[in-house]
Write a protein that binds this ligand. Structure first.
Ligand code: ADP
Ligand code: MG
Length: 701
């Protein structure tokens, strides 16, 4: 193909010109021929099909019918009138309705003559009708060349106002297709196309804009979806392959005394089979010659921390330092305490570095780090600062990565001459299909079972009317020695209001749960870190029974004695956030509860969210639902991954195509790792042209 031609500015397309080109760029992001070619219709007007009146259904959308107008009347309404035509075919009757230009139609409509009408059907009181239908005498319709399905392109108000109508857009696309069709050469190997029965490239691009039939349209869509996903997978897999080949990791050949001593003598509990499997996977990575880049997914409470510690011990056994970075101060502190406690009997140096560490404490810490005397560092973003130098960082662990920016992560990797092994831990389960398209270049481990003895959290949905009962329930639990979280939403856009809600809530709870019988803590983002920590600490030690908080407690906080999670205005939280919050309880041996406070009159999506929470504790099921409701835009990494720039495939709906694409991409690379086979030359060329992968985030930049 001649890619040059496709990079031509749309200005030069006949009938466009500079003014409209500017509009296209501003409104639709279309700059080049290529952009316009890949600007696909979002629906089609299907005039290849005729309906009879008897075939209409209440949810029929746009239909085309042949029939006759047998009667015309004007019906008075509150304001003005409408013109109603009784329209009949051999199977039944319906109405055509006009609110505007009534006189014009009254004068021209020919009773008893066959017309072709087209429009959106309404159903009211047992009668179907079309308002302002497109209308044409059958004999005129028959003289015209047979129409194909017509594309309807996404548009904007401004485009409409400036005269760039759908008709004009279609004309431009048709014009463009005429000019470039011969340059649209095939981009998939023939063998692959034949195996999958995929339409050729040129044909697919024509049929996606101007389909001959529904069947051809489906064929074109399948072909283009496959191609899109196939190339993403190919690029991800190629990158992974390249990294494995090129980048030497530090081989952690030894499983030495630290790891073994800890494993044999100091493990506080037996690892679950899932934990054991993941430790094996990590050990295999670390022992190989390649750099590890592994994503560890495990639901809240599944026990990722111990896995992290074991990996750190492997680093130490091989003479390397390790760091563990968390997104918040509270979380870093908690990790620090957990790790210190685990390592207590081992006399291994570990320090905590956060923004609030005083200079006088910081200096010796940094010195010990640079000299290598300090093997383990745990901390927040503070660890990423320029002046934090390691002697030899062999392993970097990032917890709850979705809170971390990509650039920040890259800084960690830069702390060495060669990149450390990287383990990214997340408690946000990512549906498999999405994980494949986002992290196709990472290895993925999953802890898919919880430690034994956990009782699933019982979740209910309550409204304001139940509040007294909820308070009573809280009191009962507190009387049993348990603790309670009450969480309020706080989002940036409505921060002041939310903050007031939180304070009002705190006051009403303080009234309902008076001192000295009850102690109530409050933690929110506007408090100083020391104060926050102080309150968290009091709650963790059981000195307060109720913790009123915003979502600062969402991530990682661990107070096993807390057994009730009350979430206020639960409808305002996203599903994954609700799931994270619920994960704060159910960590001890007692039955735990999650109470979602939300009116019963909610939007459909909000209802689905709350119902999903009530129905299941399974993080992956919740993640799937979340993805269906919201699309992938909010998930971590999606901004960078290119999956949001998908033109036609949909990671949520096209999971099956995604799997197929991944399978074939992998097979192709296996058979021909550097694409030297002439049968794959078009693949190599296309990959070289793909901009999105040149700029894709790089774990090892
Ligand atoms: P998360 O995956 O959410 O980070 P943690 O590592 O904080 O989970 O573990 C949650 C709790 O479960 C901790 O109190 C931890 O000590 C405990 N735990 C982890 N693994 C096991 C296990 N195999 N058996 C018993 N308890 C475990
Ligand atoms: Mg954790």
């Amino acid at each position: 193909m001649h890619p040059q031609q496709l990079h031509t500015d749309v200005t030069y397309l006949k009938g466009v010109g500079p003014g409209r080109a500017r509009l296209l760029r501003q409104e639709l992001g279309i700059e080049t021929y290529q952009d316009l070619l890949y600007f696909f219709p979002n629906r089609y007007i299907d005039k290849t099909r005729f309906y009879t009146i008897a075939q209409l259904e209440r949810n029929s959308s746009e239909v085309q019918i042949v029939g006759q107008v047998v009667h015309l009347k004007t019906v008075q309404q509150k304001k003005g009138s409408r013109l109603v035509a009784t329209f009949r075919d051999a199977t039944g009757e319906m109405e055509l309705v006009w609110f505007r230009s009534q006189q014009w139609f009254r004068d021209r409509l020919k009773l008893g003559e066959p017309y072709v009408v087209y429009g959106r059907v309404n159903w009211y009181n047992g009668v179907y009708s079309i308002a302002h239908p497109e209308l044409e005498l059958l004999r005129e319709h028959e003289q015209k060349p047979r129409l194909r399905m017509q594309p309807v392109y996404p548009s904007t108000e401004k485009l409409g106002r400036q005269g760039v109508t759908n008709r004009l857009l279609s004309q431009w696309v048709a014009q463009l297709l005429g000019e470039v069709r011969d340059t649209l050469t095939e981009t998939l190997p023939r063998e692959l196309r034949e195996t999958l029965g995929l339409m050729g490239k040129q044909r697919a691009l024509i049929q996606i804009h101007f389909p001959d039939s529904q069947k051809h349209l489906a064929g074109a869509q399948a072909r283009l979806k496959f191609e899109e996903l196939f190339y993403i997978q190919l690029a991800l897999l190629a990158k992974k392959q390249q990294r494995k080949r090129k980048i030497k990791g530090f081989p952690f050949a030894e499983v030495g005394s630290h790891f073994n001593t800890f494993y044999d003598q100091h493990l506080p509990f037996e690892l679950t089979p899932a934990q054991k499997r993941v430790v094996r996977e990590i050990r295999a990575d670390l022992g190989s010659n390649a750099q590890m880049n592994r994503l560890l997914q495990g639901d809240v409470g599944s026990g990722k921390t111990i896995v992290a510690v074991l990996a750190m011990l492997l680093a130490l056994d091989n003479g390397y330092q390790a760091c563990l970075v968390a997104p918040t101060e509270i979380l870093a502190q908690q990790h620090y305490r957990a790790v210190r406690e685990l390592l207590e009997p081992m006399e291994i140096g570990v320090e905590l570095l956060t923004g609030s560490v005083k200079e006088k404490d910081r200096k010796p810490m940094l010195e010990a780090l640079a000299s290598g005397d300090l093997p383990f560092l745990i901390g927040t973003h503070a660890v990423l600062e320029e002046r934090v130098r390691f002697h030899n960082l062999g392993l970097a662990i990032v917890d709850e990565q979705h809170r971390f920016g990509v650039a920040q992560r890259a800084r960690l990797w830069k702390k060495n001459t060669s990149p450390p092994h990287v383990l990214v831990m997340t408690a946000t389960p990512i549906p498999r299909t999405l994980a494949m398209s986002l992290y196709g270049d990472l290895d993925i481990s999953v802890i898919d079972t919880l430690p034994p003895g956990r009782k699933p959290v019982r979740t209910v949905w309550r409204s304001d009317a139940d509040r007294l009962k909820v308070f009573r329930f809280m009191k009962d639990e507190i009387a049993k020695g348990r603790q309670v979280y009450v969480v309020y939403p706080l989002i940036q856009e409505s921060e002041a209001l939310d903050y007031k809600d939180l304070m009002d809530g705190y006051e009403s709870i303080s009234r309902e749960f008076p001192q000295p019988q009850y102690q109530v803590s409050i933690v929110h983002g506007q408090m100083k870190p020391e104060d926050k920590d102080f309150e968290m600490q009091r709650f963790a030690e059981g000195k307060t029974q109720i913790m009123v908080a915003t979502t600062v407690i969402e991530v990682g906080v661990n107070v096993p004695n807390a057994s009730v999670m009350v979430i206020e205005s639960a409808e305002r939280f996203g599903l994954s956030q609700l799931h994270q919050l619920r994960g704060r309880v159910g960590r001890g041996a007692d039955q735990s509860y999650c109470i979602l406070m939300g009116s019963h009159k909610l939007s459909e999506d909000a209802q689905t969210r709350l119902q999903t929470m009530v129905r299941t504790n399974d993080g992956f099921e919740i993640a799937e639902t979340d993805l269906r409701l919201r699309g992938p835009g909010d998930l971590m990494g999606t901004q960078q991954s290119g999956i949001l720039s998908l033109k036609i495939a949909d990671v949520v709906k096209d999971g099956e195509w995604l799997r197929t694409a991944r399978h074939h991409a992998s097979a192709l690379l296996q058979a021909d790792p550097v694409l030297t086979d002439p049968a794959h030359s078009m693949v190599r060329e296309k990959m070289a042209r793909m901009e999105v992968f040149k700029s894709r985030w790089d774990y090892i930049s």
